[in-house]
Design a protein around this ligand. Structure first.
Ligand code: ADP
Length: 424
């Protein structure tokens, strides 16, 4: 039997109405015996009070007690009616013919409880038989009566169990719909949280960059001033400068992370010479390489102009060269730019720690690293950002490497020209 749903106030309403009808039908007893009977009236009052009590208590009762109350309700409904029949003349009372209706009535009021209907049916048959025996009814009258009572009970049980199945299906569908709704709400909330985290990252990293730039300028002017001619101060300033550069690199990665997650990596395309950009970036990175006892060797074509975003192209080159310096074990680094059939090929090679085969694909994903954080600092974002930029240019990036033998990162960019409307 399905649990009674306390949110169904109609059951309480119907049962209260039943209690009222039970009292209202006092006139049927009077009509049956020709005068008012206190015994019959008392039976009706007790029956109505029990039914009203059940109506009011059911919504508050625990599920197990609810089942018990419903069974009791089914049984006492049939039993009290049989008692009234007995008090108004037994099997010869006009009420006797109505006794067959009791299981149906129970099935109508407690629709989704076939067990309760069966209990009412059994009580009806037993008490009806007792009345027939008490009235000394002949067997050929009693047998068809029992058959009728059983048929009515079976019909009531069938209707009730069909209703129970329908309600079970309805509850299942409702549960699924609720689960779907709460899953959708959970997903929406998670998306909102991620979005606000990304927004925070974007704003915070952007805001932090401003004081960092001004700090950098102060360091530059200190380095240039007379007061820093002494060697120790110079060295300390160099360390500060390096850390500031590192910090602004990390902030830049965080900023790009938030932008890329929101698919907002704006690319400002213009005609860019990749060889010129490479020269410029190498010029900036050479002192950094020197700090790691390394040197960048360059082999460039004279000029190779394509339709790219200059700042982002610089970013890719800086990322690859920084990694070559970081993981290059102080050995030489080679930057090679060439033109291959409408494609610019940029290769950054080092002779450092190298990358195992199984790590070579995943290092291009967000936060993926192939080294221990204790040995090498970093967020695992540089290659992912570079890949996103290169793919934004319609190109590709991959690595060739074996552990201990260094790594070569190869970027292939289609050398497209400005769209026609911008060409003039
Ligand atoms: P990060 O350097 O901050 O960890 P990257 O996305 O730039 O993040 O690199 C991801 C990982 O790829 C690194 O942690 C490192 O394991 C590996 N890697 C990148 N470049 C090299 C390289 N030149 N040599 C060896 N390993 C590298």
């Amino acid at each position: 039997m399905l649990p009674v749903d306390p949110s169904r106030p109609h059951r309480t309403r119907i049962l209260l109405l039943c209690a009222a009808v039970i009292l209202l039908f006092t006139f049927a007893d009077v009509a049956a015996i020709g005068h008012f009977s206190w015994a019959a009236f008392s039976a009706r009052v007790v029956w109505a009070a029990l039914t009203a009590g059940a109506a009011l208590y059911l919504p508050r009762a625990k599920p197990a007690s609810q089942q018990l109350i419903l069974y009791a309700l089914g049984i006492w409904t049939s039993a009290f009616f049989a008692l009234l029949t007995f008090l108004t003349g037994g099997s010869s009372s006009p009420l006797f013919h109505w006794i067959l209706a009791m299981p149906v009535l129970v099935a109508v009021v407690v629709q989704d409880a076939p067990g309760v209907t069966v209990a009412a049916g059994v009580t009806t048959i037993i008490s009806g038989l007792l009345l027939l025996i008490q009235g000394k009814a002949p067997v050929d009258y009693a047998v068809p009566w029992v058959v009728q009572a059983a048929a009515m009970s079976a019909l009531a049980w069938y209707a009730s169990s069909t209703y129970e199945q329908l309600r079970a299906r309805e509850l299942e569908a409702l549960k699924k719909a609720n689960a779907f709704d709460s899953e959708a709400a959970r997903r929406k909330k998670a998306e909102e949280e991620v979005r606000s985290r990304d927004d925070f990252l974007a704003v915070a990293s952007h805001e932090l960059k401003t004081p960092l730039t001004s700090l950098n300028l102060q360091i530059q002017s200190l380095r240039a001033s007379q007061s820093t001619s002494d060697e120790t101060t110079k060295q300390k300033l160099e360390i500060i400068e390096r850390q500031v550069r590192r910090l602004s690199g990390l902030l830049g990665e965080l900023f790009d992370l938030s932008r890329l997650r929101q698919r907002q990596l704006d690319l400002n395309f213009s005609s860019v010479d990749v060889c010129e950009v490479s020269r410029e970036v190498v010029g900036r990175m050479q002192p950094v390489a020197a700090q790691f006892d390394s040197q960048i060797h360059v082999e460039l074509c004279g000029s190779l102009v394509g339709w790219w975003d200059r700042t982002r192209l610089e970013q890719v080159l800086t990322n690859l060269l920084s990694n070559a310096i970081k993981y290059g074990a102080g050995k030489p680094i080679y930057l090679h730019v060439s033109h291959d059939n409408g494609t610019a090929v940029i290769a950054v090679r080092d002779e450092g720690i190298g990358i195992a085969k199984e790590d070579q694909a995943r290092i291009f994903q967000r936060f993926e690293r192939a080294v221990s954080a204790n040995n090498y600092g970093g967020l695992g974002l540089g290659l992912w950002i570079s890949k996103e930029i290169v793919e934004g240019f319609g190109g590709s990036i991959f690595v060739e490497s074996s552990p201990g033998k260094g790594a070569t990162f190869i970027v292939r960019l289609p050398v497209t020209q400005p769209p026609k409307e911008l060409a003039h």
